[in-house]
Design a protein around this ligand. Structure first.
Ligand code: ADP
Ligand code: GLC
Length: 487
């Protein structure tokens, strides 16, 4: 089958979070199953075209699109997704994408991704190529299904193109002023209270994707259930329930060429389950790098995250000082985001200079070193559609401590509830107390070398590769394509 991805992030070109890992790895797994796969991305200023072997396509220069009243032109670049047969097409429109950030609150944020989505379909028209399934990701690709049903419906190229729309995070819905309906080239006929485009007085790209796509998916089975409830649906639960027959929860996989301790090119010392003692070399290197004293028997808790409310660090704020005063433990924190969380972690590092180290910012190499060097990995998320770091942690023999929500509930089994089958630690209540007691439980188990080692080995033996999930996507694509062909 021919599959086209459209998304705003993709490893190794541009990454702010897990979306990039997924868009950089699922296409490779699908190609390995024999499918023809390509990926469409915006060409951001930050993408180093030389480094990634990208080139402008001579026949696709100066393509024109109407964005509201303006005629906007763009070029198309292309190149390979490394280590694969997957082609990547990049929509190059400097006026929108040559900015020092990927996402923004700029007045033309809607326009940027409207141009991107028209760019995807215009490129296909110029190449006279259409996929069997157009697979869009998150709000930045939410309009593609309605574009195919309305402004592009005349073009027979797309008659047999089915659409799948994947929600990676319902907290980011792409909501804009109703004027963006016109900017997108759509009709106001569908913009009215409760209508397919409208959500709380805004034009909502994510809702539009949910309504018009042939099928909708999200990135874990538990999250697929949660987003259909008022607690987890961020207001879109009603419309998601109307699509429940076509709503699929497929767990993300991980790319073992990038995230496996035996292959990881960014680690000072590679290891696997048989050479697990070498993990300590990475712990030593990590602590040296962040300037903390090393002691093998002092557990290190790792944190790598976007600092937003989603990630649940408000639970850590009231308890961290107590934990540090009562327990022998160190924390290594990597992330950036909301000011108050950056200030909190910086305060902890200043107050406990031998126990807490913080790197504020984005650092890919350090993120690998934390996964390999830490003993525990903390994800107390308020909600988590899938989460990748707990799967990286399990693969690296680093025990995840998570709140039981979304994809975390689908991947981490609490040691105390499943003594012979556990692979980490988890808690239910979104309270500092629940985190506190779970952290204490974990730190006690750390004292028991044999129990800890058994937990590590159980996680490392699990298979989080894309093998299973890529087959699930392939089966879904086949079903959607067949439905499209038979009308
Ligand atoms: P989300 O997509 O919600 O941020 P995920 O767990 O799915 O959460 O994925 C986050 C990805 O981004 C992981 O690969 C993680 O290692 C990476 N990451 C997050 N923050 C940073 C950072 N500050 N530096 C390097 N990598 C980061
Ligand atoms: C989102 C979610 C995260 C998920 C990632 C990739 O950013 O917050 O849980 O793993 O997308 O699907």
């Amino acid at each position: 089958m021919k599959i086209a991805f459209a998304a705003s992030e993709c490893v190794p070109f541009v990454k702010t979070g897990g979306l990039a890992d997924v868009v950089g790895s699922l296409p490779k797994a699908l190609a390995a199953l024999g499918h023809e796969v390509c990926v469409f991305l915006p060409l951001y200023q930050s993408i180093a075209v030389d480094e990634h072997d990208l080139h402008a396509l001579d026949t696709l220069r100066g393509l024109a699109v109407r964005i509201g009243d303006q005629a906007v032109t763009f070029d198309v670049w292309a190149g390979p997704l490394p280590d694969s047969d997957v082609a990547v097409f990049l929509i190059d429109c400097p006026a929108y994408f040559h900015r020092p950030y990927v996402y923004s609150n700029d007045a033309d944020e809607a326009e940027r991704f409207i141009l991107f989505q028209h760019g995807v379909l215009h490129t296909m028209q110029h190449l006279a190529w259409a996929p069997d399934v157009l697979h869009g990701h998150d709000w930045q690709a939410g309009l593609l299904p309605v574009f195919l049903r309305h402004p592009y419906a005349w073009d027979r190229l797309f008659t047999e193109t089915a659409t799948l729309y994947t929600i990676h995070n319902i907290g980011y819905q792409g909501r804009f002023h109703e004027a963006a309906v016109y900017t997108a080239g759509l009709s106001y006929e569908h913009y009215h209270p409760g209508g397919p485009f409208e959500f709380h007085d805004s034009f909502c790209f994510m809702k539009t994707g949910v309504v018009y796509a042939d099928a909708v998916s999200t990135v874990s089975p538990t999250y697929a259930r949660e987003i259909q409830t008022p607690e987890g649906g961020a207001g879109l639960d009603g419309v998601l329930r109307t699509r429940s027959a076509d709503l699929h929860g497929i767990l993300n996989g991980i790319d073992p060429t990038i995230w496996h301790p035996v292959h990881d090119a960014l680690l000072p010392t590679n290891y696997d389950a048989r050479t697990l003692d070498l993990k300590a070399e990475n712990k030593k290197a990590l602590l040296a790098e962040v300037g903390l004293p090393f002691d093998e028997r002092t557990p290190v808790v790792g944190i790598i995250a976007r600092f937003t409310g989603q990630k649940g660090f408000e639970l850590l704020q009231p308890i961290l000082a107590d934990v540090l005063q009562q327990r022998r433990v160190q924390f290594v924190v990597l992330g950036s985001g909301e000011d108050h969380l950056e200030r909190f972690f910086q305060w902890a590092a200043d107050a406990f200079p031998e126990r807490v180290a913080v790197y504020l910012g984005y650092n890919d190499r350090l993120s690998h070193l934390i996964e390999a060097g830490a003993d525990l990995f903390l994800m107390p998320s308020a909600y988590e559609p899938c989460g990748l770091n707990q799967m990286y942690s399990l693969t690296y023999g680093t025990l995840p401590l998570v709140r039981r929500t979304g994809g975390l509930a689908d991947t981490v089994r609490d040691y105390h509830a499943h003594r012979d089958a556990g692979n980490g630690f988890s808690f239910d209540d979104f309270t500092p107390y629940a985190l506190y007691t779970t952290l204490n439980r974990a730190l006690e188990v750390f004292e028991d070398l044999a129990a800890w080692r058994a937990l590590q080995l159980r996680g490392m033996a699990e298979d989080f590769s894309w093998d299973v999930s890529a087959q699930k996507y392939a089966a879904l694509y086949a079903q959607l394509a067949a439905r499209k062909r038979t009308g």
